[in-house]
Design a protein around this ligand. Structure first.
Ligand SMILES: C[S@@+](CC[C@H](N)C(=O)[O-])C[C@H]1O[C@@H](n2cnc3c(N)ncnc32)[C@H](O)[C@@H]1O
Length: 494
């Protein structure tokens, strides 16, 4: 077959060439002028081609956002250039597969096909080109479908060479996968669910969990390395590294080692969040607050449910204190495999939790307060409850508490963290409209109405330092009464 040279795309990821050789092109042009015949180039039609990838079509470069259908060159880039530069419009070609392929799904196979052609003829691939191909493929293949020996065969090198090229990438991939497995299994996830998340067989999961020995962590610490170093050394997040370090200690010992004073009374004030645990997230709460709730109301091995997990501080603290945890949020993040995407929909209440929890740690967005922050992470079909009206917000809580009551055990505790919401920001205290506010008494009322008996009220105030001197001055001028109160209500089924 013959194709038009301007219909072909040079994809620089697929075509395995660090740079094209002008010398070869000139030699080909010269040969063409004396009537030389060239073997056909190898091409492939593909769809789902992300045209934001830099590409050259008919010699022109381009960028765009849509996916398109193109014909890419697998082998014969120098012949293609020689034809174009000689002004010859059509070039002999053979197609690798006789039907168009999904580019995204076949990227690696296309890359290797191109590489293999270049091993047998044309300008040989340099060792640097081969190394780049091996590393590109390995990076885009975390499930290790391409073995070292298969890569070695395709690239025409020995297996040991491939090994030295890619061993660092494979080590990182393995470590981060092991970290996910370890995190999820410690949080009590069944092996089938973990296998789905990491895309591995169940038997591999159980082997990984059993094989994890981190006995030399204590050596690293005794050599004077800090926990950041240890976490990096094991390619782990800090929370998991701490959890492993503290494994087997009592809750009291853990508080001590984490540098958290254990509160004896029902006033839990923490000046700031402990950066080691949970992600930066609107409405993030201090890990110490969660730790105290676990300390007083659960025991190791208990199951904690976090229905609106945000930045993941509850699962992190559950890891530390050896509690199991299931967590959900409407917003999903790559670095938090333990937070399952779930939208609590008041039009259609369902319960995604697999086992009955011992504690529900419920930290909903406070009414209206964070609306703008959460909006960025939501969409019209699944709005954050912070965008609700007062009536909708109360009715959401009522629906959730009723459902949770039905799905809990007799001993299940509900820990509800919330704050009085008053329209104080622009209104003098004496002018506030009480019908616009929601206070902790309203939450208490809704809990009681839905079958929960409040057993404890713990004050966990926010820091007043969040406001600048200027803002405070303005409030004082206008006689605005601020609120830093935040209350943790603990309830059990009545
Ligand atoms: C106050 S934040 C939780 C903060 C978390 N405890 C932390 O420390 O990072 C509340 C979370 O509720 C989520 N959310 C709000 N409405 C939701 C809904 N209907 N279903 C699921 N998640 C929701 C938001 O995405 C937000 O992450």
């Amino acid at each position: 077959m013959e194709v038009h040279v301007s219909d072909l795309t040079w994809d620089q990821f697929i075509y395995p060439r660090g740079g094209k050789s002008e010398k070869t092109i000139s030699a080909y042009i010269e040969a063409l002028t004396i009537g030389a015949q060239f073997p056909p180039i190898k091409i492939q039609r593909v769809f789902n081609y992300p045209s934001s990838t830099p590409f050259r079509k008919g010699g022109k470069g381009g960028f765009s956002d849509e996916t398109i259908e193109v014909t890419i060159i697998l082998d014969g880039i120098h012949r293609w250039f020689a034809f174009k530069e000689s002004g010859i419009k059509k070039i002999p070609a053979v197609e690798w597969k006789d039907k168009p392929l999904d580019y995204e799904k076949n990227k690696t196979a296309l890359l290797l096909e191109g590489a293999e052609c270049n091993i047998s003829h044309g300008d040989r691939l340099s060792s640097g080109d081969k190394k780049r191909i091996a590393r590109d493929i390995t990076t885009s293949d975390p499930e290790c479908k391409w073995t070292e020996s298969a890569l070695a065969e395709k690239l025409g090198v020995i297996q040991q060479t491939v090994n030295t090229w890619i061993s660092d990438i494979r080590a990182r991939q393995k470590a981060s996968r092991n970290t996910v497995i370890l995190r999820l299994s410690r949080l009590g996830w069944p092996q089938e669910m973990i296998a789905k998340v990491v895309g591995l067989d169940r038997s591999v999961i159980s082997r990984n969990v059993q094989n994890t020995k981190i006995s030399d962590m204590h050596n690293l610490l005794s050599q004077g390395h800090d926990m950041d170093y240890v976490a990096r050394h094991y390619h782990m997040d800090l929370a998991l590294a701490w959890a492993l370090r503290l494994e087997g200690k009592t809750d009291q010992e853990k508080f001590k080692e984490l540098g958290w004073g254990l509160r004896t009374w029902d006033q839990w004030y923490f000046n700031e969040c402990d950066e080691r645990f949970g992600d930066d997230w609107p409405g993030r709460i201090p890990a110490q607050l969660v730790a105290h709730t676990l300390f007083f109301f659960t025991k190791p091995g208990d199951l904690v449910l976090d229905p609106m997990a945000g930045g993941g501080v509850v699962p992190d603290v559950c890891l530390l204190f050896e509690r199991k945890c299931q967590s959900f949020d409407l917003a999903l993040r790559d670095n938090r495999p333990e937070i399952q995407r779930y939208y609590w929909d008041p039009q259609n209440w369902t319960w995604p939790v697999t086992k009955k929890p011992d504690l529900i740690f419920f930290d909903p967005p406070y009414f209206s307060k964070k609306e703008r922050d959460y909006e960025k992470k939501t969409n019209a079909e699944s709005p954050s409850i912070s965008s609700y009206t007062k009536e909708e917000y109360e009715s959401f809580l009522e629906g959730f508490f009723l459902l949770a009551h039905r799905k809990s055990k007799a001993i299940t505790r509900m820990a509800l963290l919330n704050a009085d919401w008053r329209d104080f920001e622009s209104t003098p205290a004496s002018k506030e409209k009480p019908d616009k506010s929601i206070t902790i008494f309203d939450y208490h009322r809704v809990l009681s109405k839905t079958g929960w008996k409040v057993t404890h009220r713990i004050e966990c105030p926010l820091s007043s330092e969040r406001l600048s001197g200027n803002q405070v001055q303005k409030m004082q001028d206008k006689r605005i009464l601020g609120t830093v109160g935040r209350t943790l209500l603990i309830a059990k089924r009545s």
